[in-house]
Design a protein around this ligand. Sequence first.
Ligand SMILES: Nc1ncnc2c1ncn2[C@@H]1O[C@H](COP(=O)(O)OP(=O)(O)O)[C@@H](O)[C@H]1O
Ligand SMILES: [Mg+2]
Length: 283
Amino acid sequence: MTHVVAVATGKGGVGKSSVTSAVAGTLAAHGRRIAVIEIDPQGDIADDFGLREDPDNDGGAAVAESILHGTSLGDGIEARDNLTYFAGGPVMKQLPRIQGWTGLESQLSKAIGQLDGYDLILLDSPPFSDELQRVSLTAADRLLIPTSMDNSSLRALLTIADRLVEVESVNPGLKPLGVVLWNVPTAASRIRTETRQVLLEILGDSFPLLKTTIRSAVATAWECRRRGMLPHEVAEMHGGTSSALKVLSTGRVPERPLSSAQNLALDYATLANEILDRLEETS
Ligand SMILES: Nc1ncnc2c1ncn2[C@@H]1O[C@H](COP(=O)(O)OP(=O)(O)O)[C@@H](O)[C@H]1O
Ligand SMILES: [Mg+2]
């Protein structure tokens, strides 16, 4: 069974697009066949994949049509080997304003049902449109929530929890995959521990907090989007991901410290592994 994971929360700037593109890119580089469907008028994933100006980037037209009519998503763009990108973008801006949303929530899941040959499908979601969030959560069978450590991001978890309840009747199969702490300062271990504690209290038993955290790496993240490269690609450019991946496979600390890009690539590889494990456990 191909899992469809919605990456969503009720706030912008908390890593939804970065997590989606980096996890997708890491898994694709390791041979999994991945589709990313972007349900967001901002279309930021195009920057992450370096496809903003690509002639095949339709600014969200095909995804918008699928949301409105359940029609085929088309071929998408081959963003990398094993990685297909169905672009979001400005064409989707009008969608939340159209009348008569009732029933439209399920259209995209019909279109996704026609996709063939993927091991995993990731849905990037918008922070503000209740309608488009419901589209994303209705089409998914798992929900991954990235959050940063500030209070307003933690409160945004509650708004996405509301959406989860709203779609329950149309999509009873949607299960939580987990919450991932993102943009975590490496030096602030007390804040990290306290935030995990607060999060565990907010989440209770129903929503797991993932073990992996994604570190703060402002310069690397900036370079990634500016160049249209993913963290593991920037890490390779700066001298290889092999030592980073060796840490993952052997657990041994390398002789030389990893660069910021290597560390970020390592975080995403660890997260991708944890996601695969959890998908297997909860199947
Ligand atoms: N590990 C990181 N540390 C710090 N900033 C990051 C990191 N990863 C991405 N960013 C930056 O944070 C901003 C918001 O990330 P983004 O993934 O677009 O959030 P969202 O999709 O939730 O709006 C972007 O400018 C991005 O470049
Ligand atoms: Mg985004």
